[in-house]
Write a protein of this length. Structure first.
Length: 425
């Protein structure tokens, strides 16, 4: 699959690894953040700032989930059910958080998750995310529901991954795979938890719709958020025209205002394991399945030849009531062993969350919403600041835990504090 001797697995390094910068990008130490970002001290601060900056429908789309938000809440609360057991008098002066994943060395054990229509939140949002990730040498996964052509993102960051929502139609599957391959992407992430569209009633309540419908309410939201209106929306229209869903298939999709836009999100309810066989046969790069929540599916994926899986409930945006990925992570990691890397996303907001996930079996984690908020309020500098905040927290907490390498983390470093009801265990 890849050029590494261990293309389907991942090894954690116990010593500093020579990072591999993205071609065409010169990595530099993080600069002091711009003045407007100096009061942003944690990832949650980006959400507070983004709520003030973004129109209500756009913020609601990013922040919301499905139905009652039960899964969204559980994604966060699951982390609070574990506490750390630190060790002391350990020389941690040479600790490193660098990792190897799918044949490549990364500077940190986290990456940027795929997030749709990011260019509505931040000007050229996907490019902003891709460039910041490239500079920091962490993976960025481009969403298949992006409003920017995948070819542009690959040019901005040749090491970016591409995430696809594929229908159960072989011709359309093969057409998109050929386009992604031509663009130079080496890693394909297939999202498999969208068999049908979720009940996003919270989008309706916040005024967001697909297609996006002009209305007096939307106009008022734009007027009360002039910075976003001028520097994101109108700037996009003037320089690039009406945004389209660019990457749903091999050809350009519908504009965001078109009534036909829902056709781009059409039938996926007959996508099945036989289609994965077709994809694995055709796609010669690295293949990752995202949306695995059952250990049985993890084993089928492994046996089908995928190179990695992401344990995920889609950030709580699909099946409301689906448990947090952190809850099923240990069983899935035990089931597949070291045969393929097990990654996860959902609810990660602090460096401590990253380390808890790794201790419970994750080889790598992805973070979504906070990076979109960072791009919205600070552009590329905002995303770089967010990456630096999380990386600094990981390093600090490794030192406080008495850990020099991520491989030293295991369940023994955690203690369960309470069950989901809030009572002691």
């Amino acid at each position: 699959m890849g050029t590494s001797d261990t293309p389907r697995g991942m090894e954690r390094s116990s010593t500093d690894l020579e990072s591999t910068p993205v071609k065409g990008i010169v990595r530099t130490p993080p600069a002091a953040p711009p003045r407007r970002l100096r009061q942003v001290l944690a990832l949650d601060d980006f959400e507070i700032a983004a709520r003030r900056h973004l129109p209500r429908p756009i913020f609601g789309y990013v922040s919301g989930a499905s139905e009652t938000n039960a899964s969204l809440r559980d994604n966060r609360s699951a982390f609070g059910e574990f506490g750390f057991v630190p060790r002391v008098l350990v020389d941690v002066s040479k600790r490193t958080q660098k990792v190897e994943l799918l044949g490549r060395s990364y500077a940190a054990p986290f990456g940027i998750a795929p997030m749709g229509i990011s260019a509505l939140s931040a000007y050229r949002g996907d490019l902003v995310l891709a460039r910041a990730a490239g500079q920091a040498n962490i993976p960025m996964v481009m969403s298949g529901s992006s409003l920017i052509r995948l070819e542009e993102v690959s040019e901005a960051n040749p090491a970016a991954w591409f995430q696809a929502y594929l229908p159960g139609e072989p011709d359309r599957i093969l057409g998109l795979l050929e386009r992604v391959e031509r663009a130079g992407f080496g890693t394909l992430v297939l999202t498999v938890d969208t068999a049908v569209l979720a009940n996003r009633e919270n989008n309706v309540r916040s005024g967001f719709s697909t297609p996006l419908r002009p209305s007096l309410r939307l106009a008022w939201d734009g007027m009360t958020r002039p910075n976003w209106t001028l520097n994101t929306f109108l700037r996009t229209l003037l320089k690039h025209g009406m945004p389209h869903f660019e990457n749903s298939y091999a050809t350009r999709g519908a504009p965001i205002l078109a009534k036909s836009v829902m056709r781009d999100f059409g039938a996926k309810d007959h996508l099945n394991w036989s289609h994965l066989e077709l994809i694995r046969e055709r796609w010669k790069g690295r293949l990752v399945l995202k949306g695995i929540m059952a250990k049985e599916d993890a084993c089928i994926a492994r046996d089908s030849g995928v190179d990695g899986i992401v344990v995920s409930n889609h950030g709580g945006r699909q099946l409301d009531g689906a448990v947090s990925p952190l809850r099923v992570l240990p069983a899935i990691a035990d089931a597949v062993g070291d045969s393929i890397p097990v990654m996860m996303d959902g609810g990660v907001r602090r460096g401590s969350d990253v380390l808890k996930a790794i201790a419970l079996g994750a080889k790598f984690v992805f973070v979504g919403r906070p990076f979109v908020y960072a791009a919205a309020i600070g552009g590329e500098a905002g995303v770089s600041h967010a990456i630096n905040i999380l990386s600094t927290e990981v390093s600090r907490n490794m030192g406080l835990l008495g850990v020099n390498a991520l491989r030293d983390l295991n369940p023994d470093r955690l203690l369960r504090l309470r069950d989901s009801s809030g009572g002691p265990t």
